[in-house]
Ligand binder design. Structure first.
Ligand SMILES: *[C@@H]1O[C@H](CO)[C@@H](O)[C@H](O)[C@H]1NC(C)=O
Ligand SMILES: *[C@@H]1O[C@H](CO)[C@@H](O)[C@H](O)[C@H]1NC(C)=O
Ligand SMILES: *[C@@H]1O[C@H](CO)[C@@H](O)[C@H](O)[C@H]1NC(C)=O
Length: 381
C-alpha cells in the first residue's frame, strides 16, 4: 500500500482526533504511575535535549540497550550520601538529564521479560560522580518521604506498547562499578508490580534480587528475552497442584556471595537463610552489539559542561499539530517503527489527541505514524 506523504499527513490529522491510544485501565493494575512528574523533570520524556552536565532532572527513560538512564550523584559522593538527590544520567541526550560519556559502560545486559525489563551492567561509574570503592545502595519510588529515592525520581518506558508510559514501580541498585535496574511493566493477580519490583531487600545485591543469565562481564552488550523471576524473596512450593509462596518478611542476617565473588551482608527472612534466589531464569534470543555509544565528544560532557542546542547529529524535533490531552506523556521521537499488535491499545477509547504520534486503527491493520522533524514515516502492521 503506497501513500504519499501529504495523504498520510492528512489521514493522520483526520484520524488522530479519534486515535485509539491506550487508557490507564488498559494496563495491568499498578503498572502505570498516576501522579505528576517530579518538579525537576521535563513534562514528558524528550529526545534530544541540550547538554547540561549540571542538570538536576530525575526522569529515567528505559527503552533499549542504546537508550536508557540510571540515577547517580549530582556531585562526587557515595550513593548512600546522595539517595534523595540523585539525578538522571542517560545514554542519549534526553529528558534534560546528564549524558553518560561514551566509554563509561563496559558491558550491559538488557533483558525483556513478561513482567519487567531488567538492565544489568558495569563500568567506570566514577564518571557518574560515584566515589571509588563505594559499596552503593538501592533507589526506588518510595523512599523515606514516600516521594521516591531520589525525591521526584520518575521512570518511563516505550517498551509496553510503543508510547512513553510512566511506571509506578522500579528499583535500582548501584555501586561504583555495577548497577542493576528493574522496571515493572506488567502484572497479573499473582505478581503485582509492587512485589515484582520489591525494594526492601536492599542489602542482598543484584544477583539475588534480580537473578538472570548475564554475559556482560566479558565486555558484552546484549539484549535478550528472559523468563521472569519470582518476586524477590519469594519461594514457590507446590502442594496438590497448588502453588503457594513462602516469603521473607522479617529480619535475618547473613552473607550472600554474588556472581562477582563479592560477599554481601544482608538482612532478610525469618526462619531460613536464603543463599540463592528461587530460580535463575533463562535468557534467550540474545542479540549482542560491540558497544553502546552516543558519539558526543567527551569534551562536551565534562563535569559542568553545558550546550546551547542538542548536540550535533541529534536534530531537534518539532512535531506538534494536536495538543496532548492524555495524562500519560508521549515521547517526542520514541515512536515505534514496528507495528503494534497489542489488543490493549487498539480497543476503543474516549477521543484523545496526541501531539506527536497516533495509532490509527483501520480494518487492514494498525499503522504507526511518526512525525519526526516534519517527515512522516509509516509501517504497515
Ligand atoms: C513520579 O514519582 C512520584 C514519586 O514516586 C510518583 O508519585 C509519581 O506518580 C511519578 N510520576 C510519574 C509521571 O511517573
Ligand atoms: C575511571 O574514570 C576516572 C575518571 O572519571 C579515571 O580517573 C580512572 O582512571 C578510571 N578508572 C579506570 C579503572 O579506568
Ligand atoms: C501470572 O503469570 C504467571 C507467569 O506467567 C503464571 O504462572 C501465573 O499463573 C499467572 N497468574 C494468574 C492468576 O494468571
Amino acid at each position: 500500500m503506497m501513500l504519499d506523504k501529504r495523504t498520510l499527513v492528512l489521514l493522520s490529522l483526520t484520524l488522530s482526533q479519534r486515535s485509539t491510544l491506550a487508557r490507564a485501565q488498559d494496563f495491568a493494575p499498578g503498572v502505570l504511575a498516576t501522579g505528576t512528574q517530579g518538579v525537576t523533570n521535563p513534562p514528558v520524556p524528550t529526545l534530544p535535549t541540550t547538554i547540561d552536565q549540571t542538570s538536576m532532572a530525575r526522569l529515567l527513560s528505559i527503552n533499549s540497550i542504546d537508550d536508557f538512564c540510571i540515577f547517580a550523584p549530582p556531585s562526587f559522593d557515595t550513593i548512600p550520601n546522595t539517595e534523595t538527590v540523585e539525578v538522571a544520567w542517560c545514554t542519549q541526550p534526553r529528558n534534560n538529564a546528564r549524558v553518560i560519556p561514551d566509554g563509561t559502560l563496559s558491558g550491559v545486559s538488557f533483558l525483556h521479560t513478561p513482567f519487567y525489563i531488567q538492565v544489568f551492567g558495569f563500568g567506570n561509574l566514577t564518571n557518574l560522580n560515584i566515589a571509588p570503592n563505594d559499596a552503593g545502595g538501592e533507589l526506588d519510588p518510595h523512599g523515606a518521604f514516600g516521594t521516591g529515592n531520589p525525591v521526584g525520581g520518575n521512570v518511563s518506558t516505550t517498551i509496553i506498547d510503543g508510547f512513553d508510559r510512566p511506571l509506578a514501580e522500579w528499583m535500582l541498585f548501584i555501586d561504583w562499578q555495577y548497577f542493576c535496574l528493574r522496571i515493572c511493566t506488567n502484572a497479573n493477580t499473582t505478581y503485582d508490580p509492587a512485589h515484582m519490583c520489591w525494594h526492601e531487600l536492599d542489602e542482598m545485591g543484584c544477583e539475588f534480587v534480580m537473578p538472570g543469565q548475564y554475559n556482560f562481564q566479558g565486555g558484552v552488550f546484549e539484549t535478550c528475552d528472559a523468563d521472569a523471576a519470582y518476586p524477590p524473596g519469594w519461594y514457590p512450593q507446590v502442594v496438590n497442584g497448588q502453588t503457594t509462596f513462602s516469603t521473607f518478611a522479617q529480619y535475618f542476617t547473613g552473607v550472600y556471595t554474588g556472581a562477582d565473588g563479592q560477599p554481601t551482608g544482608y538482612t532478610v527472612g525469618d526462619t531460613v537463610t536464603p543463599t540463592a534466589p528461587a530460580t535463575i531464569p533463562q535468557s534467550s534470543n540474545c542479540v549482542t552489539q560491540a558497544t553502546i555509544a552516543n558519539g558526543i565528544p567527551l569534551i562536551s560532557l565534562t563535569p559542568g559542561a553545558k550546550g546551547t542546542a542538542p548536540p550535533p547529529g541529534f536534530s531537534s524535533v518539532t512535531a506538534t499539530f494536536v495538543a496532548n490531552t492524555l495524562p500519560m506523556p508521549t515521547s517526542s521521537v520514541n515512536v515505534p517503527v514496528k507495528a503494534l499488535g497489542s489488543s490493549s491499545i487498539s480497543s476503543p477509547s474516549s477521543p484523545t489527541t496526541n501531539s506527536n504520534s497516533a495509532v490509527i486503527t483501520i480494518p487492514s491493520g494498525i499503522y504507526v505514524v511518526a512525525f519526526i522533524a516534519g517527515a512522516a514515516f509509516f509501517v504497515l502492521g
